[in-house]
Design a protein around this ligand. Structure first.
Ligand SMILES: O=C(O)CCC(=O)C(=O)O
Ligand SMILES: [Fe+2]
Length: 188
């Protein structure tokens, strides 16, 4: 992995802007809880999700194909700002709401075929600061932790999904919610 494959911008948005956007997104988005089959049982995913984007940007997560909801004005404006700032194209955003520190996301890579071989994923954090861990697929002892504060932008590119896994671990003492928006390009 080169330095460029994981880029962290702690203050991409101001604290005030982040607080305002958190409030709007918490109210406006179509949050729902999903469940997935694990070892033959239906298990609830420990967070709420919502998926927005262009009509043709179907995406498979939690083992199910998801049809995007049409962009809200706020999501569209963040998408356009990212596209201009980073000279990239985005057609969807997967939104996660961690209601408190009991909500989490386990180890995974975002390596679904429809993302292509070297996806660029732009991950905006709003609300409670949470840990983000990543470890080498070939050697789990090579492990790093960063803190995703409100207003921060984490950019994963290149070989990051191929070589590393990431997680947002449980932090039981955290009572505040966090919203994470992962902007992606899904090949239609
Ligand atoms: O909440 C985060 O910061 C990570 C989200 C994530 O890994 C994902 O949506 O694939
Ligand atoms: Fe991920």
């Amino acid at each position: 992995m080169t330095e460029q494959d994981l880029q962290f911008i702690p203050h991409w948005q101001t604290a005030e802007q982040s607080e305002h956007r958190f409030q709007l997104l918490e109210q406006q988005l179509q949050w729902h809880q999903e469940s997935l089959m694990m070892y033959g049982k239906q298990v609830q995913v420990p967070r709420l999700v919502a998926y927005y984007g262009d009509e043709n940007a179907r995406y498979r997560y939690s083992g199910v194909w998801h049809q995007p909801t049409n962009w809200t004005p706020l999501l569209l404006s963040i998408k356009q700002m990212l596209e201009q700032s980073f000279d990239t194209r985005i057609n969807s955003v997967l939104c996660n709401l961690y209601r408190n520190g009991h909500d989490a996301m386990g180890w995974h890579s975002d390596n679904e075929a429809e993302l292509g071989s070297e996806p660029s994923i732009f991950s905006l954090s709003l609300g409670a600061t949470r840990f983000f861990d990543y470890r080498r697929k070939s050697d789990h002892s090579i492990k790093h932790r960063i803190q995703l504060n409100s207003g921060s932008l984490l950019i994963m590119r290149g070989q990051f999904q191929a070589l590393w896994q990431h997680q947002v671990p449980r932090q039981k003492r955290i009572t505040d919610p966090r919203i994470n928006l992962t902007f992606r390009y899904v090949y239609p």
